[in-house]
Design a protein around this ligand. Sequence first.
Ligand code: PLP
Length: 383
Amino acid sequence: MSKFKIPYGRQSIEQEDIDAVIKTLQSDFLTQGPKVLEFEQKFADYVEAKYAVAVNNATSGLHLSVLALGLKKGERVITTPITFAASANCVRFAGGEVWFADIDPETYLLDLNSVRELIESKPKGFFKGLIPVDFAGLPVNLESFKDLADEHDLWIIEDACHAPGGYFINSKGGRNRCGNGSYADLAVFSFHPVKHIACGEGGMITTNSEELYKKLLLLRTHGITKDDMSEDHGGWFYEMQELGFNYRLTDMQSALGITQLAKNEDGVIRRNKIADTYKIAFGNKVKFQFLPKDSYNAHHLFVIECENRKGLYEFLRAHDVYAQIHYIPVHMLPYYKKIGYEGANLAHAEKYYDSCISLPMYPTLTEEEQEFVIDKVLSFVHG
Ligand SMILES: *Cc1c(COP(=O)(O)O)cnc(C)c1O
């Protein structure tokens, strides 16, 4: 036993978070009250988008996103194989077909050229949309994806679950926050405890489109509304206009989301400090995720590659360091294997999976703990 027990990620809940939840429990609203709206407005401001819709988790957010964009049975969408399964599953929820393009072997992000090749290998109109993922917290350059999407009449959902606080600088020199809606139609965030902002469960969809915003609100609550009705029988009256869901976030969770969001900027700064420390220690001895010029990584994860990855994983566990693997490529999961996969060559994704490992990365990771992790990694890699 070592003196540390270090997970790859963890939430930080302080007294002010606890107080905010207790206060909401003592208020008139437990769900869909003022805290939901406050959280939505603060979140939209933070990512610099016009609208935000809180949902009960990011998977629901992705589901509502494909529905709001009108995805129908049999329609095809391209995403990355190196992501959590939900990025692809949302297409399946709507009866759509998932196609995978390969990743860039240095940034680990969906590779624009691989997406272009896949699109151009098919007739016009074959694909409906793209779901790029800001993997590990590194923002996808959506400006170039948007050009490609416009050429082929595709929508874009940015899966920004790893990236609140990340940004890239666009070709005009402007800061483009993940989820700001400048280039993507919709963006989705997660508030699972292992992500930046912990609500227990929770998610947020951001957009600059008023039309999509209204559709999302409708679909979040059963498709029921009291606005824009075709009839009105009196004060009690409502209409169910679409087949919607109950994907609402509670006021308790929103209260927690508000206090957590307020700490995110500092949390991301701390994550970047930790990343810099890893990078300086590893130098060119260990390969880590490449940071393109003009990008700010929100660092949900810190991913390195190691030839004997399984050996390193077990060696670290033996020292109570619980590194993780992100991710098993989605097309290799039994469900996706079973429904058959045909598409681009995913050699980079598969090679990446053979060597990737995510080291501990969270704001409360101490310098002493991080030194311990670095020491163990280097002693394994160099004996
Ligand atoms: C966590 C995650 C999701 C799903 O988030 P939930 O809130 O757990 O539903 C989707 N996509 C990515 C990339 C994620 O990391």
